[in-house]
Design a protein around this ligand. Structure first.
Ligand SMILES: *Cc1c(COP(=O)(O)O)cnc(C)c1O
Length: 508
């Protein structure tokens, strides 16, 4: 690792590592032979000779060279590493469509209750009643929030929820001896939408969004026919715009014999305000790791439950959690039309617990308030930024807003450079170059977690970056400057990532 001791440093997030401990060397540079971080009692187990059991080939000749460290060395090392990453616990994390909201600590407390955390997935139902009840109640909450009538908590990501949903659409048409071959997907959709349709063997028909960024019945009508299995729709769409024609569109698809899939990854603008089920959606997924505050990205696994309307209930994944006549919870496999199991055991069980805690601790009014604040925050940022950045669709938005790099052509600065420079200003970059319908898109989702002052600081940073782009474009073209590594070769970083410390590595 190269020493960067002479570099003043603003870290990617909230200046976190500029302070105490920044100058300290890293694990592999410190340590000394026989220094120990543990104190174990004297062993009473007879010494074991590995050579008696294994052939020479599977044994190491020598121990790998690991640093020998004290407890405090190790604690400092990992505590320091934890601050090198962008994290929502350190600052605003405006990654649009990803809903990087704060993950309340009460969720963690609840997930650590020993009845949950020490439960075993192989444990019989009779002694898993608490967890099964939590799942059953979470299903009830999701039904109420979405207006769907059946839920499966099994899928462990939004994408897997989509896969499950499209599998159910396929199973539904096949059960009616009317297999169809096409799924319509708007051009503003998340890439997982066409992928889920293709994985199910469907031909993907792209639906162009209108000049105003939303879908129009006139564009959809001519694309519908006897091969239409369904339409996938995201509302609000990835431009942050509410699909105001949603009801007319879902009716058209239904008249053509198709079903409507709702991409519910981002429900952050709808909680307590509008229900997909009431708008004609037949099947949808929820991203508990977005709207329902469970940690994601580098910080945790996902959970992508699916919800369905009545006609798709027979196709839900199994097992299904049922409450028997004595009030006990059971896992039922009695569903002959089911698309089957999608996941071992209960999916990412810890995420279900956290999402449950989030919903319970906020209550119906609290959830609605979150939605209102998320929408207000996105609109506030849009208003503050619209005189500085190009806004491709002049309309008020829902949970996120999209800007672009248009107008900066003469400076040579593009969206990528703006995103990189924002890191020097202390922020994780927004989502960039998505949605595809906006050239050079900068997609910002502040979520409800931010205060007015926090939003203002972020807007000031983006405005400062824009001024720098005009006055000193080189600063942007070579950004970031204050991070441990400067601009990476993104392709190589993705293909040959260095994910492990080793003594000979030149850097983390
Ligand atoms: C995040 C997202 C998905 C996919 O969810 P994953 O959990 O990442 O698989 C799908 N659609 C939209 C609109 C999203 O934002």
């Amino acid at each position: 690792m190269t020493s960067k001791t002479n570099r003043t440093r603003i870290d990617a997030v909230g200046n976190a590592t500029r302070g105490i401990g920044y100058e300290e060397p890293l694990l592999f540079e410190i340590g000394s032979p026989n220094r120990k971080g543990t104190q174990l009692p004297i062993s009473t187990v007879p010494e074991y000779n590995a050579e008696d059991e294994f052939s020479g080939e599977s044994l190491r000749d020598e121990l790998s060279e690991l640093p020998e460290l004290s407890e405090v060395d190790v604690v400092r090392h990992f505590t320091r590493l934890s601050t090198w990453n962008a994290a929502v616990d350190l600052g605003l994390y405006p990654l649009g469509s990803c809903t990087m909201k704060y993950n309340p600590k009460i969720n963690e407390l609840v997930a650590r209750l020993s009845g949950f955390s020490r439960g075993h997935p192989m444990q019989p139902e009779q002694v898993s009643q608490g967890f099964l009840r939590l799942c059953w109640e979470l299903e009830t909450f999701l039904r109420e929030i979405s207006g769907m009538t059946g839920i499966s908590l099994q899928p462990s990501a939004g994408a897997q929820g989509e896969l499950a949903g499209i599998m159910m659409i396929r199973a539904y048409h096949e059960s009616r001896q009317d297999p169809r071959r096409e799924i319509l997907v708007p051009d503003s959709a998340h890439g997982t939408n066409p992928a889920s349709a293709s994985l199910n063997g469907y031909k993907v028909i792209a639906v162009p969004s209108g000049e105003d960024g939303i879908l129009h019945p006139e564009t959809i009508k001519p694309l519908l026919n006897a091969e239409t299995a369904g339409l996938m729709i995201t509302n609000p769409n990835t431009l942050g715009l509410f699909e105001t024609n949603i009801q007319e569109i879902t009716s058209l698809v239904h008249e053509a014999g198709g079903l409507v899939y709702g991409d519910g990854a981002n429900l952050n603008a709808l909680l307590g305000v509008s229900r997909p089920g009431d708008c004609g959606i037949d099947v949808m997924h929820f991203n508990l790791h977005k709207t329902f505050s469970t940690p994601h990205g580098g910080g945790g696994p996902g959970a992508g439950p699916v919800g369905v309307a009545d006609m798709l209930i027979p196709f839900l994944p199994t097992p299904i959690i049922i409450k028997n006549t004595e009030g006990f919870f059971e896992l039922s496999h009695d569903a002959p039309l089911s698309i089957g199991r999608l996941h071992g055991f209960f999916g990412n069980a810890g995420m279900l617990i956290r999402a449950y805690a989030y919903i319970k601790s906020l209550g119906a009014n609290g959830l609605k308030h979150c939605t209102e604040m998320a929408v207000l925050n996105a609109n506030y940022l849009l208003k503050r930024l619209s005189s500085h950045y190009h806004v491709p669709y002049e309309s008020s938005v829902m949970h996120e807003c999209v800007l672009s790099d248009k107008g900066l052509e003469e400076t040579g600065v593009t969206t990528l450079d703006i995103a990189k420079r924002l890191i020097d200003h202390g922020y994780h970059p927004p989502t960039i170059y998505f949605p595809l319908v906006v050239s050079g898109a900068i997609m910002i989702e502040p979520t409800e977690s931010e205060s007015l002052e926090g939003l203002d600081r972020f807007a000031d940073a983006l405005i400062a970056v824009r001024e720098e782009a005009i006055e000193e474009p080189d600063i942007l073209l070579t950004a970031p400057h204050h991070t441990r590594h400067n601009r990476l070769d993104e392709t190589r970083a993705a293909r040959n990532p260095i994910l492990r410390f080793a003594k000979e590595d030149s850097g983390p």
